[in-house]
Every structure is written in C-alpha cells, then in structure tokens.
Design a binder for this molecule. Structure first.
Ligand code: C6P
Length: 412
C-alpha cells in the first residue's frame, strides 16, 4: 500500500520489506524506529553483501596474488568508485576509506598540525557535533592557533553576517556540518565555502547527517574536505569516507604508519605510497567498504529526490502534530531543515520521556546528542530527538504523538 502522506506516491510498505529489523517487536510492541540520526537501519541488500563476503571470498586486499584476494580487492575498489561517483569527486584517489566521520576529521586535524602556526585562526560553527569540535581544539592546543566560533541564533541557524566578520587573512580552516544532528538545520555551505575561499581558508564539511538525505557534489561545492559515515546511510558501522581535494591530500602527512601505506621501508627511511593508500594503513574494514558501496546503490535505487520529498512530508506532519501538544517546544526551527525534531515538554526531563516511549516500542534519542554547546545555548540539559528516515510512516508518527501524550500524562 502506498503511503499517501499529502499525496506523495511513495511505496513505503514495499521499501519496509527490505528492512528485516522493522518486523521485530520491542517490549511487546511493534518497533517504531526514530533514531535514524544516530544510525540508520540496514536493508537486506546490504546485509547480503556482508554475508556474501564472509561466506565466499573473505581475504585480505591489495596483498595477495590468489583469486580470493583479487576478488575482494576488485570489489573494494569498485566500492571506492561508487563513493567517488556518489559525491562527484574528480579522482578515485581523492576518496579515502575511514572508520567513519570521526576518523576522517581526526585525520585532517592531525595533518594540519604541521601546517598551522600560533598566529593562525580556525573557525568552527556553534552547531557542531563534538567530533567536529574536539579534534580542532586538540589541533589548536598543539599549534597555538586560535579557535573561534560562528554563532547560531534562536532558530538554530548560523549567523552568516558574524561569520563574514570573523573571517580574515589569519583564518586557515573552517569546519561546519552540512546538517546539524541535534536540530536538523541545513547549513548554507555553498556560501560558507565561497566566503572562506575568498580569504584563502580551507573548508571541511562534516556530512555525517547529510549523506542519508542529500547527494553532495564536492566539485560543484568546491569543498576541500567532506566526511561521512556509512552507518547513517543504510550501510554498516565502522566504515566511512574522507573526500579531500588531491592537492590537500598530497600536502597532508600520513595519519597512521603501517602496512599498505608505504612505498618502501628501510630502517633508515620510509617512503609513502601514493594516494589513496598513503592514508589507509593496516587491514581495513573490507566487508564494510564493499557494503558501503551496496548501501549507496540501494539509496540511489530508492532515489535521493524521492527520499528528500517524502521525508520532508513526514517532518511537516510530525511537526504539526507534536506542536499541538500543550507545553511541547521544538528546538531548531530553521527554514531549511531535514527530518529531525528535537523537543522538550515543560517541566519534564527528556530522559523520562525517552524511557516511557521505549516501553511502547518507540526508539528516540535523548540527551545532548554529542552537541553540548547547542544545549548550553538553549540552557537545557538535552532534548528528545525523533529523527525520521524514508522507511518511516505517518502511522508511526501517530504512534509517537500518542506516546508523547501518554508520557506527558504519566509524568505531569
Ligand atoms: N551522530 C547522533 O546520534 P561517527 O560516530 O564517527 O560515525 O559520526 C560522528 C558524527 C559526526 N558528526 C555529526 C554531525 C554526527 O551526527 C555524528 C554522529 C550520532 O547524532 C551519534 S553521536
């Protein structure tokens, strides 16, 4: 049956059949999974790829002349090409496999240690996840560079006028997320990148929350670094990617030393492998990398345009329904936002609401969402966060709204 939420003709029931976990019950109730911003669910098509790897060609890559190793290497490198195509990178060697967004950011932040001096400045946005704050603070501690913050407003949008004033010839790096995990705000990264480049600063975009909803075009954006995690977009945990412009990846030193990242090793001197292997020391998450490619295939088959339109309808519907609950406040009301609703109910702790919802089989995240500065801005300990994906339904939102009403009654 099609979900005709506001006349969108999207066969969500057929999509849901791809996700085995959506059939399970939690606490005796059908699972309603609204914690997609933490990690998305995995379709059978991706699970099968992982099972196939361990069943049929489990072996190390780039090392063996034997057939299994070559099969695994071919499929792993095909996955790199899928990621390249997905983000429209110019070269496949600009795609570095990582263990996820956090790894990608740390790789770049560590690499900049030798490129910054104490008079340099780096800009971070007020809307960042801790992963896009702490590595840069550590970089500033190492180099003496100054960390400045692009402020946010009450709606959860960045204040671009102030950003412009913060930029100067001292600014060497700007790092902003494409979409805020805590509020769902879509940041104006095109403008942010253009303005940073005018003063000669490089830009890293944290795409952990954008890749499930938007196909980024790194060449059109002219972004220097773009990072994401496969597990936010129907792929497995423990794998992700760093896109870096070739010139930057050549400039940065290797992040880790080890096997496969070298050209030649003697006790006197080691020379490094060319890109992308210079940044890929050790045995990677091979099944994960191949499954990352399968997840991209799956999402492309569903279609990013359809996903964005459908999820937006879910967002509009859920926002209206939740706002009708007396005392409920939504944090993050940006004009441009994805399907994330962060909310609180007057005088009730978010954790208590989350716990009661769980008893009803409804999974949401509660707390600061690894974005404590945002919670400090609103002077709250945390929020309840419901984050939607294209396999969620209007009926599930109705269940959430009923659940929140019940939780409010029990806790007031
Ligand atoms: N946010 C959330 O519940 P990793 O853990 O490396 O895959 O992703 C880190 C990360 C970085 N940036 C943003 C914007 C993110 O949302 C996340 C992960 C999850 O919001 C888990 S904390």
């Amino acid at each position: 049956m099609n979900d005709t939420i506001n006349h969108i003709n999207f066969d969500v029931e057929s999509i849901r059949k791809d996700f085995p976990i959506l059939n399970r019950e939690v606490n005796g109730k059908p699972l309603v999974y609204f914690d997609n911003a933490a990690t998305s669910q995995t379709p059978r098509q991706v699970i099968d790829v992982i099972v196939d790897y361990y069943t049929n060609y489990n072996s190390n890559i780039h090392r063996g002349v034997h057939s299994l190793s070559q099969e695994a290497t071919d499929l792993y490198e095909q996955a790199r090409l899928k990621i390249q195509e997905h983000v429209n990178a110019k070269y496949n060697h600009e795609i570095i496999f990582t263990s996820g967004t956090t790894h990608g950011i740390n790789l770049v932040a560590t690499g900049f240690s030798s490129l910054l001096k104490p008079s340099d400045e780096v800009l971070v946005s007020a809307l960042e996840h801790h992963s896009n704050i702490v590595p840069w603070q550590m970089l500033c501690e190492r180099t003496g560079a100054l960390l400045k913050v692009i402020p946010m407003n009450e709606e959860g949008e960045l204040v671009i006028d102030t950003y412009e004033n913060l930029l100067s010839e001292q600014t060497k790096l700007v790092f902003v997320n494409h979409i805020s995990n805590a509020l769902g705000t879509i940041n104006p990264i095109e403008t942010i990148i253009k303005k940073a480049h005018k003063v000669g600063a490089a830009v890293l975009i944290d795409g952990a929350q954008s890749c499930p909803h938007i196909k980024p075009n790194v060449q059109e954006l002219d972004v220097d670094f773009y990072v994401t995690s496969a597990h936010k977009m129907c792929g497995p945990t423990g794998v992700g990617m760093l896109y870096g412009k070739e010139e930057w990846l050549r400039k940065l030193p290797p992040y880790q030393g080890g096997g496969e990242m070298i050209a030649e090793v003697t006790f006197e001197k080691t020379t490094y492998a060319d890109l992308p292997h210079k940044f890929e020391a050790g045995t990677p998450n091979i099944a994960g990398g191949i499954a990352f490619g399968a997840a991209i295939d799956y999402m492309n088959k569903v279609g990013f345009d359809v996903i964005a339109t459908y999820e937006h309808k879910l967002l509009e519907y859920a926002t209206a329904q939740l706002l009708a609950i007396d005392g409920l406040k939504i944090y993050g009301t940006a004009k441009e936002k994805t399907a994330v609703i962060s909310f609180n109910i007057e005088h009730i702790h978010p954790y208590d609401i989350g716990t009661i919802l769980d008893k009803m089989g409804i999974a949401v995240r509660t707390g600061h969402h690894c974005a404590q500065p945002i919670m400090d801005f609103y002077k709250i300990p945390g929020t309840v966060r419901a984050s939607f994906a294209f396999y969620n339904t209007k009926a599930e939102i109705d269940a959430l709204v009923q659940g929140v009403k019940k939780a409010k009654m029990m806790l007031s």
